[in-house]
Design a protein around this ligand. Structure first.
Ligand SMILES: Cc1cc2nc3c(=O)[nH]c(=O)nc-3n(C[C@H](O)[C@H](O)[C@H](O)COP(=O)(O)O)c2cc1C
Length: 177
């Protein structure tokens, strides 16, 4: 079934915020598929798609991940975690850097798609911490040549979080530094 999108692109971009407080209601598999399609629509270096996505719905796994990650306590209540994984051997020039960049673009698309669907999401950090990468690999049986970049918690927001205006004109240079 086709979703009805009522927000325009700029509205979604400006209303996106990290959501850490969830109702506990699970998001639908239909929404997960919409989100993953958005992820894979991200720009990529030299038309390679060096990404894998692990959808974690299992309550015990979400709890174990939240226990082992320093800033991911919201995962169990969110109910869904998408682990964005970089596959350097499938990246432009076989480079890890390209895989990470491409996966960061996919991650932002996930965050924006969640916002567009009226859901809440937050990027929880794994990469570049070697310890956290090893921990997540072990918990989810991820092969050594795959790098988990983050776990994006997604759920229904309680609605008490709002986008922050981070616009700063002093960070913009015109024509030269
Ligand atoms: C690389 C990266 C790592 C992050 N790690 C975490 C994290 O581990 N836990 C968390 O709650 N938020 C995390 N965030 C979300 C940031 O805290 C958040 O984006 C930032 O405070 C700005 O707020 P906003 O997303 O609402 O605009 C991360 C964001 C990025 C891009």
């Amino acid at each position: 079934m086709q979703k009805t999108f009522i927000k325009d692109a700029l509205e979604v971009i400006h209303e996106r915020k990290s959501v850490r407080n969830y109702t506990g209601e699970l998001i639908s598999t239909e929404d997960i598929n919409v989100i993953l399609k958005a992820a894979m629509a991200a720009p990529v270096a030299i038309h390679m798609m060096p990404w894998k996505f692990i959808v974690v719905r299992d309550k015990d796994k979400l709890k174990a991940l939240s226990d082992g990650l320093p800033f991911a306590k919201m995962l169990p209540k969110a109910g869904t975690g998408i682990v964005v994984c970089a596959a350097p051997h499938e990246a432009a020039l076989g480079k890890e850097e390209f895989a990470i960049l491409d996966c960061a673009c996919a991650s932002e698309n996930i965050l924006l798609a969640a916002e567009a669907l009226g859901l809440g999401a937050v990027w929880t950090a794994v990469y570049p911490s070697k310890e956290l990468i090893s921990f997540v690999r072990k918990e989810l049986g991820i092969p050594q040549n795959i790098i988990p970049l983050n776990i994006i918690a997604i759920g229904h927001p309680i609605g008490d979080e709002h986008a922050e205006d981070k616009y700063e004109p002093n960070n913009i240079h015109w024509d030269k530094w």
